[in-house]
Design a protein around this ligand. Structure first.
Ligand code: SAH
Ligand code: SF4
Ligand code: F3S
Length: 467
């Protein structure tokens, strides 16, 4: 995950675009709270875009909103539960606003909506709209339907048409680093994962529409693009009679005037093609950072997860990547306590982490998800064992991250500034290795300046402008 990012499993945030403080009688107000992954953050921005022509403007507080949208995540039980606790608060808010004579529509989008739409409507009948990730372009129509007949609606179809063809012309984001969805869905069916069910089959956007959106983002001030997909390196976009790989798309994007930096996430080790590995050597705009989830270090567990590679394959792949780009910083995802995982299996994960060395990582306790094959496997690991393993793994990963950051101190690196820091006069940006860097100076968003790194903190670095 890149750090410009809404963190996985975070408490959820108000989303997408610049909120306005108040609205006049002609505009309606929209509040969006986003949970889950970068794709959800991108989608929230697109849903705000789709409502703009209908008079909706983003606001920063749900209490001010005529339409409240939760963009939800179903990846782990805890993530899904957040939807239901937030809905409890929204029911009260809706009643409160109603007693003041103000109507509030509540819409639930995202992966919980897709997976549990009917249950959601039964548990929270005050929810007006439930829509899945493939029907965002229909949001204005669903809002209009509810306004007309005052009944709830559900749209969790996987329509034949692509939402990308029906959304406004590309994301209206205006940040120095912008997300750009190039691919969605997944055909891998890892046995623990809900994504193939909630996002559907793998779909790659045609290069022409991606390039058009990229140009628009660059014209609004983006200098970095983060290409998004649930399995982004499986990208295979149709252009005329040809099929473009992610590597080819990167080549075309790298030529766009104004583009300085490219990143992509999230990749599956099995789809790391030779051409993509070569881009890490040849494409100077492709940043030396790769999120490449491995999940576990034991072949037995990897097989049960249906990851379709062995530990040695992952190690060889990392070797090849590091040959292509010796300073590549690696990030990963890990699951501990997958059904049947023994102490010896877990020791293999720890060993793999020690051998590879991660600059950054995300790790989770296995969470059984209804409808996925692993949820009914024998050998479910007791909660205390999962907790113990997670603590051990996270302490090792945190130590690796600390060492990686400490080793950067003394270097001078180009930092892309993204905005103001917490303290007055401070600016925050990203190093090529995706580290968050603070300087005590005012640097306009979108500027790239050399920074001498002077100190490393737990999750970031501080530095001084070096020119
Ligand atoms: N390829 C996807 C992965 C999405 S899920 C992407 O675009 O990010 C992100 C991570 O959540 C996975 O890599 C995995 O480590 C973790 N995860 C998925 N399902 C899980 C489950 N049932 N329990 C615990 N962690 C899970
Ligand atoms: Fe889920 Fe596996 Fe697909 Fe990633 S590759 S989204 S973990 S099924
Ligand atoms: Fe969550 Fe769906 Fe993203 S389950 S991680 S919001 S693809």
């Amino acid at each position: 995950m890149t750090g410009i990012v809404l963190g996985k499993g975070s408490g959820g945030r108000a989303a997408g675009g610049r909120p306005v403080g108040s609205t006049n009688a002609l505009t309606k107000s929209l509040f969006i709270r986003t949970y889950g992954c970068q794709m959800n953050a991108y989608d929230s921005g697109r849903m705000a875009d789709v409502m703009t022509p209908h008079g909706y403007r983003l606001v920063a507080e749900p209490a001010d909103a005529d339409l409240i949208l939760l963009n939800t995540c179903h990846i782990r039980e805890k993530a899904a539960e957040k939807t239901f606790s937030e809905l409890g608060r929204l029911r009260q808010l809706k009643e409160l606003r109603a007693s003041a004579g103000r109507r509030t529509l509540v819409a639930v989008a995202g992966c919980v909506a897709q997976a549990e739409g009917a249950e959601l409507q039964a548990r929270a009948p005050f929810v007006d709209i439930v829509l899945g990730p493939q029907t965002y372009h229909r949001l204005p129509e669903l809002v209009a339907q509810v306004e007309r007949r005052a009944g709830a609606v559900l749209d969790t179809e996987f329509p034949a048409e692509s939402k990308f063809d029906h959304l406004p012309d590309g994301s209206s984001a205006s940040t120095a680093s912008a997300f750009l969805a190039v691919q969605e869905g997944c055909d891998k069916f890892c046995t623990f994962c809900v994504v193939p069910y909630t996002r559907g089959a793998e779909y790659s956007r045609p290069p022409a529409s991606i390039l058009a959106e990229a140009r628009a983002l660059l014209s609004r001030g983006a200098v970095e693009l983060v290409l998004l997909g649930q399995n982004v390196n499986a990208y295979h976009g149709a252009a005329g009679g040809e099929t473009w790989s992610l590597a080819r798309l990167i080549d075309a994007l790298a030529e766009l005037p104004g583009l300085q930096r490219l990143r992509y996430t999230t990749s599956h080790p099995l789809d790391m093609g030779d051409d993509l590995i070569a881009r890490h050597r040849d494409c100077a705009k492709l940043m030396p950072y790769l999120h490449l989830p491995v999940q576990a270090g034991s072949d037995r567990v990897l097989t049960a997860m249906n990851r379709r590679y062995r530990r040695a394959d992952y190690e060889r792949l990392v070797e090849r990547l590091r040959l292509a780009r010796p300073d590549l910083a690696l990030s990963g995802d890990f699951i501990v306590g997958f059904p049947g995982e023994s102490d010896a299996d877990f020791a293999e994960t720890m060993d793999l982490v020690r051998r590879i060395g991660f600059a950054q990582a995300y790790s989770f306790k296995y969470s059984p998800r209804p409808g996925t094959p692993a949820a009914i496997l024998p050998g479910q690991v007791p909660a205390p064992v999962k907790a113990e393993r997670l603590a051990a793994l996270q302490s090792l990963l945190a130590e690796q991250q600390r060492r990686f950051n400490a080793a950067s101190v003394g270097l001078t690196v180009p930092v892309l500034f993204e905005g103001a820091g917490r303290r007055a006069g401070q600016s925050v940006g990203r190093s090529p290795h995706n580290q968050s860097v603070h300087v005590e100076a005012s640097c306009p968003p979108g500027s790239i300046r050399p920074v001498r790194l002077t100190a490393s903190l737990a999750n970031s670095l501080s530095g001084r402008l070096a020119g």
